[in-house]
Design a protein around this ligand. Sequence first.
Ligand SMILES: NC(=O)c1ccc[n+]([C@@H]2O[C@H](COP(=O)([O-])OP(=O)(O)OC[C@H]3O[C@@H](n4cnc5c(N)ncnc54)[C@H](O)[C@@H]3O)[C@@H](O)[C@H]2O)c1
Length: 431
Amino acid sequence: MKDQLLQAIRERKAVVAVVGLGYVGLPLAVAFAERGFPVVGIDVDPQKVAALGRAESYVQDIPSERLAALRERFTATTDYAALAGCDAAIICVPTPLNKTRDPDVRYLISAGESTAQHIHPGMLICLESTTYPGTTEELLLPMLTAPAVLERLGVASFEVGKDFFLAFSPERIDPGRKDFMVENTPKVVGGVTPACLEAAAALYGSAIERIVPVSSTQAAEMVKLLENTFRAVNIALVNEVAIMCDKLGIDVWEVIDAAASKPYGFMKFTPGPGVGGHCIPLDPHYLSWKLKTLNYNARFVQLAGEINTEMPRYWVDKVQDALNEHGKAMKGSTVLVLGVAYKKDVDDVRESPALDIIELLRAKGARVRFHDPYITTLTHNGHGIAGEPDLERALDAADCVVIVTDHSVYDWRDVARRARCLVDTRHVALA
Ligand SMILES: NC(=O)c1ccc[n+]([C@@H]2O[C@H](COP(=O)([O-])OP(=O)(O)OC[C@H]3O[C@@H](n4cnc5c(N)ncnc54)[C@H](O)[C@@H]3O)[C@@H](O)[C@H]2O)c1
């Protein structure tokens, strides 16, 4: 089984399915198709599938022209039955949190169950969704070897590492980034068995420059959580340092830049409005949830989460203070939020701290407007807010301007000149 799969991979004849065609899945599907593999994308969203059928991209980093060039090799469907003709399936579905901030694995379960209905001998399944250590073996493996699978295949056993292969490989995509893409970002891979690792490493190795094998799926799952927790904790630390410097009357940027001159033992992180995106605010909770089941309290994760989530409130207090200095009350003032994407130069608002800032400003009675070159309309908590199309007019009409997202297209000095009252969550001195 394994040798056949390895040969199909070597010859680029292995048909690769990518399940979940979002920010992670679509670039991955394109990477495999561009390396000559036939690729089938599977997504439950018929609008995405229809857009891909027209070679229209909805992911900023993948221009439609790249899709158009792949018409022969990349097709998309909503029908999992397509897995019957695939040699490998890579699962990239969302792993959000539920209302109580615990892992919401319902998309994973749904994708796992649908895959189990079509898995066949010799197939390689890889999970890429960020999740708690143990998911691949505790959640996915039992679905793929359930009695219904054996019955459908008419076999007495369906053994992982022998009859099919299962691995975990965390996605490291950084949307908006131009220097590190899927192809040249080292890929960590862990298999349930050595044969699973070999198969998964062969597949990824044919599209990605460097593979970093680890000894288990649990280790591979933990790698991703370490990476994201590391960022969450360090961002929280520097946010707290910024608050401390503010209280001490010290310029935090002067301190950070001077500390960054140390050639070893210091890594520069920058303070800001909080954390956003699909990874940093959510993934560490997968880790702390898992540890809670083992009666361990992941204290760093919890503290970092608390500090980062409090940042929008800190900044809204700053807006109130700034308006006050101009003799204005928050209630009834027009506040313009500049940049609502969760980070610079992307069109994604998921978990953006700008959303919390807007909500808190509104709760205090401000008339909130926003401008973002990448986002025209915001829907948050059921409210639709249209962006201001004309930046200059919006600046002139605002009682206070809050800089949230550091998009490169903005001329911040010009903004600072025009704004009657300015709060800069990037802590940058513009005056
Ligand atoms: N976006 C990032 O920057 C990033 C980076 C690294 C890792 N990740 C992780 O990768 C995973 C996917 O994230 P994303 O940003 O691509 O999410 P996304 O929401 O952009 O895309 C997920 C896609 O999966 C589809 N989907 C949902 N349920 C499905 C099912 N049962 N079968 C088939 N398709 C289904 C959705 O329609 C959507 O198109 C998450 O676990 C995330 O934490 C994301």
